[in-house]
Write a protein that binds this ligand. Structure first.
Ligand code: TYD
Length: 135
């Protein structure tokens, strides 16, 4: 889908375990200004329900699994994240919903900007109106 993609990172594996390096502007297409993580999401919970006007993000599921529903006015797609060496890039103006978090899931998010509530579009009808101008 336009403005989204799956990124494959290195998975350095030896008898000591797995190591995945993620470098800003090298492994992901922006400089990382903020990191946050989502943990201990209870069964049946769906999060997200928003898009961002300008923010770029990469989602990495470090443990367990989670599904991400991506939408723009023309397409809808579901991506399951369960491999810590895979990142889901989500660019501006993509509606996202996160669901089916396993109990042990740890979802790491790398973001291109500091937290700014004004960058969010949380109303789906307004999102469609704005996104239709672009897509
Ligand atoms: P939100 O982005 O709506 O979470 P999700 O999309 O996963 O459902 O954020 C939930 C709350 O956390 C909201 O009140 C804003 C706050 N928040 C911050 O204070 N800083 C942050 O970096 C983020 C991502 C959220």
């Amino acid at each position: 889908m336009y403005n989204t993609s799956l990124l494959k990172f290195k998975d350095i594996t030896d008898k000591y375990g797995h190591l995945t390096p993620v470098e800003g502007k090298i492994d992901i297409p922006f400089e990382i200004k903020r990191v946050y993580y989502i943990t201990r999401v209870q069964d049946g919970i769906t999060r997200g329900f928003h898009s961002h006007k300008k923010l770029h993000q990469v989602l990495i599921c470090l443990n367990g699994s989670v599904k991400i529903r991506l939408k723009n006015p023309e397409n809808e797609e579901i991506v399951e994240l369960k491999d810590p060496s895979v990142g889901l890039y989500i660019g501006p103006m993509i509606w996202r919903e996160m669901f089916d978090f396993t109990e042990d899931s740890v979802l790491l998010v790398l973001a291109s900007e500091y937290y700014n509530e004004n960058d969010y579009i949380r109303n789906y009808d307004f999102y469609l109106e704005e996104a239709k101008k672009i897509f």
